[in-house]
Design a binder for this molecule. Structure first.
Ligand code: GLN
Ligand code: ZN
Length: 774
């Protein structure tokens, strides 16, 4: 029988129930029992939705307290030594300590690294492997959750991250070694897991191997063959799931791994279908990932059926219908949105609706179109309406985007010249200190925003509140002795949402939350139409902040690629076209900031790297477009205006040349968690402009010492000329509290002072020749 399934449901809960209970648990406001009860309730509610939609399996293993990769690490007993290894019985607090550096019980310990999950804005906790890494069945929560689901009387499909993808995503720590040498030991534990699932009466296991859509080295391709040959359980069937792209050169490999089924992503990898059809052995199940797990547009059911019907003819009951990838990347339920207008709302579909779309398609295949007449008619009508809607097209915007000249995407003079002019103006010391933009979002400001949005506070009072926050942030920074200040971003809940709210062509949900990391969620805007800027967006706040001090205050904008990457983007024109429209809107803002007396402007592009296509041959085109968009937004300024950018990751090697092409005068980046890993990138490439490698991991509540920060800077100084270095945290501080922020920044300023002192003699000449002359 053709089956309907999903590759995972969002775990955070419709009203972010998981977030709230986690945060209360971390603050010791609720105990472990209460946490677990809430987890149970959340899982049960998601299974109820799958049952209501008529799915043939309940997904289990998609729930995670913080992250499913961390869940895998604990299931496999991959607990780094600094957390005590996997000796004592599993403790949930160890799991939280690995994620956050601290937990309600036990000692603070530096957290594990966190990085982006493929090209999404979801972050996973990077597994750490030692050369003699042991694996063992350790955290058994998965098996308990399976029992929970089984009580509902439906077949259960556990989801595991497959051994190769798990290994690929982890990191060899301490010494360098080939991770593949760990594979036999790792697979032995997967065998045990599968045996246990078999005992639990499971028929199908979803084995996620998303790395099959990447460019895989030969050794890894071979490892796939070996592994899956040995991983064939007797009774169990494996559904090998691939997503986020097409299999391309891995098609033959994936088709012939001997698993009972193969899932392919027909949204991002639609063109892989003919080849998969040709190569997949006829006795296997083909799972068609036809409903987009990564965007919010309602499916064109008629078009989907046109694609599925020939598959159904060929594969018959061995065709399954599913989401392209896990629905983790979609908001939970559209039906609770009460403020979207009816027209726009009719164009959309969130995870709960996607479950239904999958079910409708499955039903149509099994019983014919006549069984789903109403759903098809509705879908047809929506498709037609969206194509014709006049809300989407703005001729002025389209024309402006088509008339960009080369002069608009290049600064007037090279960095060396600009740098002298900027230094003469700003007169910064060696190792200048700055922060990344946001300061703690206090309860006060959150409350004010809530009252304002609820209509309980008038605009005047709300602005007064914001001004108070800004004044406080400026005062604090002056007290701390920071060199380049920020206004603190009190007016923003989110760096993309804020701009989207000011721009035409964007729409917002009230509850469209998507997990970013742990308890943190984002509410991506929906870019549905041409983008333009009716009026200035940030000038009032930056100008006010600058009026309070003689020190430079950085204007703070979110870059075009990040706005694109962190939004749900329209699918009726190229992403680059949309990026250009956003860049032009930002360009107007940059001009207005300069007019208001701002001399330093930061344009954040934390998402550039995650937007990198998964296949290398597509990188260059993407990076060119990213560089073009950034420059279109920033290159309107005179030489004296210092343009900063910020990126939040250490994996710089792949893109460093493009980052240099952005030609920002200063870049601040995240490095502290990965212990200055970025330095690798600087061994072969001499980054020309200024750079601030982060010395304070803002994702962790732990406050680093002065020594730790000095050490990190010393490491950086080995690879980067001193005169180019800035001292700053990894990222914005909005998720932290004021007391810890103050202590950390005091340490940071002290670290910079120490370094200035230490290198005063050594570097003065470089500093003078590079910066002050002219
Ligand atoms: N300016 C932003 C902030 O400080 C940057 C956030 C980010 O890089 N994700 O909050
Ligand atoms: Zn950042």
């Amino acid at each position: 029988m053709t089956l309907a399934h999903n590759l995972g449901f969002p775990r955070i809960g419709l009203h972010r129930e998981l977030k709230w209970v986690l945060e209360r648990y971390w603050k010791k406001e609720v105990d472990r029992h209460a946490l677990e009860e809430e987890g149970k309730r959340i899982r049960a509610s998601h299974w109820a939705l799958q049952i209501a939609a008529g799915h043939d399996f309940l997904s289990v293993g998609d729930f995670a307290w913080y992250d499913h990769v961390l869940g895998m690490s604990t299931l496999l007993g991959v607990i780094p030594a600094r957390f005590g290894g996997a000796k004592a019985p599993f403790e949930l607090d160890t799991y939280f300590r690995m994620a956050r550096g601290r937990a309600p019980t036990g000692n603070d310990t530096p957290a594990c690294e966190m990085t982006k999950w493929f090209d999404t804005n979801y972050h996973y906790i990077v597994p750490e492997f030692s050369i003699d890494q042991a694996f063992q069945l350790y955290n058994t929560e998965l098996f308990t959750q399976i029992t929970e689901a089984q009580q509902l009387g439906k077949p259960v499909k556990p989801i595991l991250l497959g051994p190769l993808s798990y290994l690929w995503l982890g990191k060899a720590k301490e010494s360098h070694f080939d991770k593949l040498t760990l594979l036999p030991k790792l697979c032995a534990v997967y065998q045990q897991i599968l045996a246990r699932l078999e005992q639990q009466g499971i028929e199908w296991v979803q084995m996620d191997e998303p790395i099959l859509v990447l460019d895989l080295p030969l050794a890894w391709q071979n490892a796939f063959r070996d592994t899956y040959q040995h991983l064939q359980p007797k009774q169990l069937k494996l559904m090998l799931t691939t997503y986020f792209g097409g299999l391309e050169n891995n098609t033959a490999l994936a088709c012939n791994l001997g698993t009972a089924g193969l899932h392919i992503d027909l949204v991002r990898g639609a063109n892989q279908l003919p080849e998969v059809q040709r190569l997949l052995p006829a006795d296997k199940v083909l799972s068609a990932g036809i409903i987009d797990g990564r965007n919010i547009w309602r499916a064109d059911l008629r078009q989907a059926l046109t694609l599925l019907k020939p598959l159904h003819e060929k594969w018959g009951d061995r065709l399954w219908v599913g989401s392209s990838c896990s629905l983790l990347h979609s908001p939970v339920d559209l039906s609770v949105e009460t403020q979207l207008d009816a027209e726009l709302k009719s164009w959309l579909s969130f995870a709960t609706q996607k479950l239904h779309e999958i079910a409708v398609l499955t039903k149509a295949l099994k019983q014919g179109d006549s069984a789903v007449v109403a759903a098809l008619a509705e879908s047809d009508q929506v498709v037609a309406a969206r194509k014709q809607s006049t809300r989407i097209h703005n001729p002025t915007v389209k024309q402006r985007a088509s008339q960009v000249t080369p002069g608009m995407v290049s600064r007037h003079h090279p960095f060396q010249d600009r740098q002298k002019i900027q230094q003469a103006l700003l007169d910064l010391p060696l190792f200048p200190t700055t922060t990344i933009g946001s300061f703690p979002q206090t309860a006060e400001i959150r409350q004010a925003r809530q009252s304002y949005k609820a209509g309980k506070m008038d605009e005047m009072s709300y602005r007064e509140q914001l001004r108070k926050q800004i004044a406080y942030a400026i005062r604090k920074q002056l007290e701390l002795g920071i060199d380049v200040l920020v206004h603190g971003e009190a007016e923003r809940t989110d760096m993309v949402e804020y701009f989207g709210e000011w721009l035409e062509g964007f729409a917002f949900t009230q509850n469209g939350w998507v997990q970013s990391y742990g308890s943190r969620c984002v509410k991506p805007p929906i870019i549905f139409g041409d983008v333009s800027r009716p009026k200035p967006m940030t000038v009032e706040w930056s100008a006010y902040a600058q009026s309070l001090t003689d020190k430079p205050v950085k204007g703070m904008l979110t870059g075009p690629i990040t706005i694109l990457c962190w939004s749900f983007v329209r699918d009726d024109q190229s992403r680059f076209e949309t990026a250009k429209q956003i860049a032009l809107a930002l360009r107007d803002e940059v001009n207005d900031l300069v007019k208001a007396g701002i001399q330093v402007i930061q344009i954040d592009e934390p998402a550039v790297r995650e937007g990198l296509p998964l296949r290398q041959r597509e990188w260059q085109a993407y990076l060119q477009q990213a560089v073009y968009s950034f420059r279109l937004a920033s290159c309107c300024v005179a030489d004296h205006v210092q343009i900063h950018t910020h990126m939040c990751y250490a994996e710089f090697n792949d893109i460093i040349e493009a980052v240099a092409e952005l030609d920002a005068d200063v870049i601040t980046i995240e490095t502290s968690r990965s212990d200055m890993e970025l330095l690798k990138a600087f061994e072969s490439f001499h980054y020309p402009n200024d750079i601030g490698p982060g010395v304070y991991d803002i994702h962790s509540p732990r406050v680093p010492t002065v020594d730790e920060m000095v050490n990190l800077m010393e490491k950086a100084a080995k690879a980067i000329p001193l005169a180019q270095l800035w001292v700053n945290p990894d990222c914005g501080l909005k998720t932290r509290d004021w007391p810890e922020t103050e202590t950390a920044l005091r340490h940071m300023v002290a670290a910079a002072a120490f370094l200035r002192e230490k290198y005063a003699e050594y570097d003065r000449s470089v500093k003078v020749s590079q910066r002050v002359v002219g």
